[in-house]
Design a protein around this ligand. Structure first.
Ligand SMILES: Cc1cc2nc3c(=O)[nH]c(=O)nc-3n(C[C@H](O)[C@H](O)[C@H](O)COP(=O)(O)OP(=O)(O)OC[C@H]3O[C@@H](n4cnc5c(N)ncnc54)[C@H](O)[C@@H]3O)c2cc1C
Length: 266
């Protein structure tokens, strides 16, 4: 089984995030970045599927589209256990929207498929920066593959994949033929930490570096100028107002009740 996992390099969600003044794209220069937390679940699931299958030649390839620093997302995935990596980077890609991002990912997966047939594409359910949650669907459409989203369990059997999809009121079990694009949630597993052995082994794993020329993509089809949508303004959330402190001097309960009634909470 040959699995491709799409992993995104994003600004660390724990740190302050800012936007470029000129075009409102995420400021990615000079900020701490990391492999999107939600994509770690996709990497872990791919590793589990390959480990359970035990087939010779089975492998997990991680694919990222992003600036030079995005190589870190590939590196972390290789340290976790992925077998190979692909990093697509090109100045022309900067500022791409979800549509252009999915184009680059699709072309890279097609190119990988000419080397070895791709059986399954796994993605996170959303990136932790853009949070568009649409790249997997766009990718499936471009590749002409079935897509199932928000999997909290994935079982591969023969030439099909079955997922569990948990909703608020019901749980669905969906089966799709392979190859397919599957996005996974953070309920699916517990991503492993890279071991020392994994960190050392990652240094020797193959990583291919491609630009848009290698993928037959025209510069006019990617980047900010080609985006179908534009973020017109970005405003920082106002700081939280200080809360009201109720000092209990024997009538704390009554004061709390008064407060809740005044706000129409009860
Ligand atoms: C301030 C700001 C301005 C923006 N401006 C525009 C704009 O003008 N026009 C516009 O259309 N969009 C704009 N975007 C959206 C931005 O381009 C998106 O981040 C990008 O298009 C992909 O969407 P996403 O990362 O939210 O993907 P999602 O759909 O949330 O990602 C889902 C999954 O797809 C995979 N994936 C996504 N991206 C990659 C990648 N690069 N490499 C590998 N795997 C990936 C991962 O597995 C991920 O978990 C803007 C975003 C921000 C925050």
């Amino acid at each position: 089984m040959n699995i491709v996992v799409c992993v995104k390099y994003v600004p660390d969600a724990q740190a302050d995030r800012t936007f470029e003044d000129a075009d409102h794209t995420t400021d990615r220069v000079g900020v701490d970045g990391r492999l999107s937390e939600l994509d770690e679940y996709a990497v872990e699931e791919a590793l589990k599927i390959v480990e359970a299958g035990g087939g010779e030649g089975d492998q997990v390839t991680v694919l990222t589209v992003g600036p030079e620093s995005a190589a870190e997302a590939v590196k972390k995935s290789l340290q976790m256990g992925a077998h190979a990596g692909v990093h697509v980077s090109d100045d022309a890609i900067a500022g791409s929207d979800a549509a252009a991002t999915s184009l680059v990912l699709a072309k890279a997966i097609e190119k990988l498929g000419t080397e070895t047939k791709v059986d399954l594409v796994l993605t996170g359910m959303a990136s932790t920066d853009g949070t568009m949650s649409v790249v997997p669907a766009m990718l499936a459409e471009r590749l002409g593959l079935p897509q199932v989203t928000y999997a909290s369990e994935v079982t591969v059997s023969g030439d099909s994949v079955t997922i569990r999809r948990d909703g608020d009121a019901s749980t669905q079990t969906i089966t799709s033929s392979l190859p397919a694009v599957v996005s996974v949630t953070d309920q699916i597993n517990e991503p492993r930490y890279p071991s020392f052995k994994g960190i050392m082994a990652a240094k020797k794993k193959p990583v291919q570096a491609w630009g848009i020329g290698d993928l037959g993509i025209d510069a006019g089809d990617v980047g900010l100028a080609a985006a179908w949508t534009t973020v017109e303004s970005v405003t920082a959330r106002p700081p939280r107002e200080a809360g009201q402190v109720v000092t209990d001097e024997g009538e704390g309960g009554a004061k709390l009740a008064e407060f809740l009634v005044s706000r129409k909470f009860v």
